[in-house]
Design a protein around this ligand. Structure first.
Ligand SMILES: NC(=O)C1=CN([C@@H]2O[C@H](COP(=O)(O)OP(=O)(O)OC[C@H]3O[C@@H](n4cnc5c(N)ncnc54)[C@H](OP(=O)(O)O)[C@@H]3O)[C@@H](O)[C@H]2O)C=CC1
Ligand SMILES: CC(C)(CO)C(=O)C(=O)O
Length: 303
């Protein structure tokens, strides 16, 4: 474990694309960041705005090296949340707030078995970030973070003050969560399946398929109580066109790296939730079948 310095101690479990970006913002705000990593690396490099910064952060490679911290951020892929359990057990103590920054739904439920009665704050991030190597990330498009409005959301916004990334406190988090699902349900699978970046949505036929996938997810989100509708479909497709064309998606980067993809937590979540409500989502189901087949054919030595 190497050293930290500065204001509030924050542990970040999973120093990949999002963990790396958020750590850079935390360091910019003067906080003492501890990266809790699976694949060891010497230093965190972040490419953004045409320059590469080395981020001041400690690096821990074993849960045995850490003690409870006031803030613990979980930024692993959703399927790796349980494997991060030993980190959570070591880092959570009285007064810890656990922030789960992941795509999909069910953020708090995923960490519940590992955090006792610690406070848990789900968070959504709109930035487009690529992990180009362990400890080296590239920001393509800066976004914002959305958290539920309330005391925890307020405290997190205060933590991130002066960090350079906006934190939106959203009173209707169910709607916010499903809006975020819409940004992933077409973009992530389509980029992963085509091995193309977000510019693939300039193709009208691809945009039409994306629209169908998103429309199915809107019906499912509505059944879950999200206040979303046709305007969100148009907004999401517009958003894809506003990303810097070099932006990919987290699922594309995983496919390029031969790593497991997060499809069960994005498309899979939409399909399973649709089943619960008796809603037909044939296009998402077809995409899920393809993603599962792709994943099953992955080299087994990658994680
Ligand atoms: N990338 C993006 O642009 C965006 C991603 N998201 C979401 O953010 C979340 C994180 O995604 P992203 O940052 O892209 O993912 P990455 O794969 O880039 O990073 C995840 C990191 O978690 C690490 N990890 C996995 N298991 C453990 C463990 N047991 N202990 C410690 N570290 C572990 C991985 O380590 P290792 O190096 O060993 O693989 C990796 O560094 C996902 O839910 C994603 O959908 C949301 C918006 C945009
Ligand atoms: C599509 C994008 C970049 C939107 O934030 C994303 O969430 C991801 O890559 O997983």
């Amino acid at each position: 474990m190497s050293g930290t310095g500065g204001a509030t101690p924050v542990a970040v479990i999973g120093a990949g694309a999002i963990g790396g970006l958020v750590s850079a913002h935390l360091a910019d705000a003067g906080h003492a960041v501890m990266l809790c990593v699976r694949t060891p690396f010497e230093r965190l490099l972040v490419e953004r705005g045409g320059r590469t910064d080395e981020i001041a952060a400690g690096i821990a490679t074993s849960p045995g090296d850490v003690t409870p911290m006031p803030w613990v951020l979980v930024t692993t892929k959703s399927q790796d949340t349980a494997a991060a359990g030993p980190w959570l057990r070591a880092l959570v103590g009285p007064g810890t707030t656990v922030v789960v920054i992941q795509n999909g739904v069910g953020h708090a439920e995923r960490v519940a078995p590992f955090v006792g009665d610690a406070a848990v704050l789900p968070a959504l991030i709109y930035s487009g970030v690529e992990r180009v190597a362990p400890g080296h990330i590239r920001l393509h498009t800066e976004g914002r973070v959305t958290v539920p409005a309330g005391l925890l959301g307020e405290a997190f916004a205060t933590l991130m003050q002066h960090s350079g990334i906006a934190v939106v406190q959203e009173p209707d988090f169910v709607t916010a969560m499903w809006r975020k699902v819409l940004t992933n349900v077409a973009a992530n699978p389509i980029t992963a399946l085509t091995l193309r970046r977000i510019g693939v949505f300039q193709d009208d036929e691809v945009a039409a398929l994306g629209e169908t996938l998103i429309a199915e997810a809107v019906a499912v989100g509505q059944a879950e109580g999200a206040r979303i509708g046709p305007a969100d479909i148009a907004h999401t497709l517009h958003l894809h066109r506003t990303y810097t064309p070099t932006t990919g998606t987290s699922m594309l980067y995983d496919r390029l790296g031969g790593r497991p993809m997060e499809h069960e937590f994005i498309t899979g979540a939409v399909v399973r939730t649709a089943e619960r409500h008796g809603i037909a989502v044939p296009f998402n189901r077809a995409i899920l079948t393809l993603l599962r087949a792709l994943d099953a054919g992955r080299p087994s030595d990658r994680r």
